[in-house]
Design a protein around this ligand. Structure first.
Ligand SMILES: Nc1ccn([C@H]2C[C@H](O)[C@@H](COP(=O)(O)OP(=O)(O)OP(=O)(O)O)O2)c(=O)n1
Length: 111
């Protein structure tokens, strides 16, 4: 399923529940922040996160992000790609590699 198809599916889900009037930019950005806090809670006190809970909270964050992008009528893939171009210039490969040597190894749990 493409990003646009996923956004259309989410829009239909909201429309059939009469939620469209609630899906305003301010409500959606609040919801992104609330769900991000719920995702953070999975890791609270250094506990071992429940992988299913992490997947669900991450899905909630992404869902509200996709809904907000649609609400603002912006092309989701394009804005991410455009920002990546900005970030590429901000962090040239050689400099980023050098600074990364002084940072602790990133842990990448498989969830
Ligand atoms: N007006 C709404 C309400 C919910 N959702 C969708 C987006 C999220 O994917 C999911 C969030 O549902 P909940 O608000 O029930 O949040 P949780 O699943 O985190 O439940 P809880 O807060 O009880 O843990 O529902 C939505 O699109 N629009």
């Amino acid at each position: 399923m493409s990003l646009k198809e996923l956004q259309a599916t989410l829009a239909a889900f909201a429309t059939e529940r009469d939620w469209d009037n609630w899906h305003t930019p301010d409500n959606l950005v609040e919801s992104i922040s609330i769900e991000a806090a719920e995702l953070l809670k999975c890791y609270q006190w250094g506990k071992e996160p429940d992988p299913q809970a992490v997947r669900e909270e991450l899905a909630d964050v992404l869902t509200y992000c996709l809904q907000m992008a649609r609400c603002l009528v912006v092309d989701t893939a394009q804005i991410v790609f455009d920002k990546l171009e900005v970030t590429r210039k901000k962090y040239p490969v050689k400099e980023a590699q050098e600074s990364s040597k002084s940072e602790p190894d990133a842990q990448k749990p498989a969830v």
